[in-house]
Design a protein around this ligand. Structure first.
Ligand code: FMN
Ligand code: SF4
Length: 415
């Protein structure tokens, strides 16, 4: 099996937790290269312009540089974030189940680049197949030659551990993850200090998404140019898009970063169910924005979507066909945010509860023009009032729905 030029989900990469199959497919090559030249890992990732794929799109090298600069106190951590609990996002579980050794190799390469000696794989406990595959894979690495060599290069014994997360959506927020790993309730922390300076038990900590780390071995093996050439336009590499909703072939598609919305839905996804016209797409999961048929030409990458007033987020695309009420769909997601608020910040706890109550009133025909005005004024007041992005995400979705579908809110009001 030859897969040296394969990306994340190439058939030959899907070795499950069979370590020999992964080695036969070229697994471990990047690690051997990195043992000879650890500094090359950082430069390859920087030149490749790999972005954080957990939702922010933040340049990976910047975060790595910040962690690399810090001295261990006494440890340095790397957390691989596999919480994945946002509606419509189901890509990381596919990697955890099918390519656990590739994720471990990516994490170990990142650890070598930033000098981390403690690696935590933080996985949602509801993803039982992911947990089983990761644990089986990790068991095969303990005391093996790769871990021994990595410890020698780092000058510290490398420790790898699987930690089931709390399973809450909020537990995926990076500082909430740190709290849970320390054994506390996953309440997000205020920032600064950032995890790079003050992470798990106060140690410098790098936290990256599963998909982000899974890209690292192929970039190191094949070089930054190989990765850059796979993207469209200025975008680099490939992306896992979670396609769902009213589409003929829902699923996870690994495609060039910057694939158009049209190609994702109509070429790869087979078009809409029952041939109904497209009405809207929740892009990047419900904590982001809505696109409409006028946006079918948009390239699905961080920068192109931002220029269009949208966001790539996790790469989740939830397709909505004509005949579906937007107010009802948005109301469902706002209810999710209200239930997910951890309650630490009063504006978020009461704000998301009130957003949910008001949109529910409107959706069920009980809302007045005053309710809509209050909803809109809350959307102006709430952004930035919480410790984490949850409340901003809820407002972003509402704002986007007002921009494109205000007429549906008006039509739903009590006359
Ligand atoms: C409410 C909330 C939930 C999040 N859930 C996840 C998650 O499940 N997985 C993830 O990788 N990032 C999640 N994030 C983003 C993380 O805070 C963090 O940005 C990410 O893990 C960094 O990895 P990256 O730089 O590789 O994208 C969440 C953020 C927020 C605000
Ligand atoms: S913004 Fe909301 S979810 Fe985030 S920490 Fe505050 S209360 Fe918790």
């Amino acid at each position: 099996m030859e897969s040296l030029n394969a990306n994340l989900l190439h058939a030959s990469q899907r070795t499950g937790s069979d370590k020999q199959a992964w080695l036969n497919a070229g697994g471990g090559t990047a690690l051997r290269q990195a043992f000879a030249d650890p500094a090359a890992v950082f430069s390859a990732i920087k030149e490749a312009n790999l972005r954080g794929l957990g939702g922010s799109g933040y340049p990976v090298w910047r975060k790595w540089e910040a962690v690399a600069k810090e001295a261990p106190r006494p440890d340095k951590y790397l957390v691989c974030n596999g919480n994945e609990d946002e509606p419509g996002t189901f890509k990381d579980r596919l990697l955890l189940e099918n390519t656990p050794h590739q994720i471990i190799e990516g994490a170990l390469l990142a650890a070598l680049a930033v000098g981390a000696n403690r690696i935590v794989f933080y996985v949602n406990p509801d993803l039982s197949r992911s947990l089983t595959a990761m644990q089986a894979a990790l068991d095969q690495w303990q005391f093996g030659p790769f871990l021994q060599e990595a410890s020698k290069v780092l000058g510290h014994a490398v420790d790898m551990e699987l930690v089931p997360s709390s399973g809450h959506y909020i537990g995926g927020e990076e500082t909430a993850a740190l709290e849970w790993i320390e054994g506390k309730f996953p309440f997000p922390r205020g920032k600064p200090p950032y995890p790079a300076q003050f992470g798990v038990h106060g140690c410098p900590t790098l936290i990256n998404n599963v998909e982000t780390l899974a890209h690292v071995p192929a970039i190191v093996r094949n070089g930054a140019e190989w990765f850059r050439n796979q993207g469209i336009g200025q975008a680099t590499g490939t992306k896992l898009y979670s396609l769902s909703g009213d589409v003929l072939h829902p699923g996870v598609y690994e495609l060039p970063m910057g694939t158009t919305l049209n190609d994702l839905i109509f070429v790869h996804g087979g078009g809409l169910l029952s041939g109904k016209p497209l009405k809207a797409v929740f892009t990047g999961g419900p904590s982001n924005t809505l696109l409409t048929p006028a946006d079918l030409d948009v390239h699905l990458d961080f920068d192109s979507l931002r220029e269009r007033g949208g966001a790539l987020g996790t790469g989740a695309m939830i397709v909505v066909s004509e005949g579906t009420g937007i107010v009802k769909r948005v109301a469902e997601y706002i209810r999710f945010f209200a239930h997910s608020s951890c309650g630490q910040c009063p504006p978020c706890k009461t704000g998301t509860a009130n957003l949910s109550r008001l949109i529910d009133r409107i959706d069920t025909g009980r809302g007045t023009a005053d309710d809509l005005a209050t909803l809109e004024s809350l959307c102006r007041m709430l952004p930035g009032s919480g410790r984490c992005h949850l409340v901003n995400g809820a407002v972003q979705l509402l704002d986007s729905s007002f921009r494109h579908f205000r007429h549906e809110y008006r039509a739903a009001l009590r006359s």
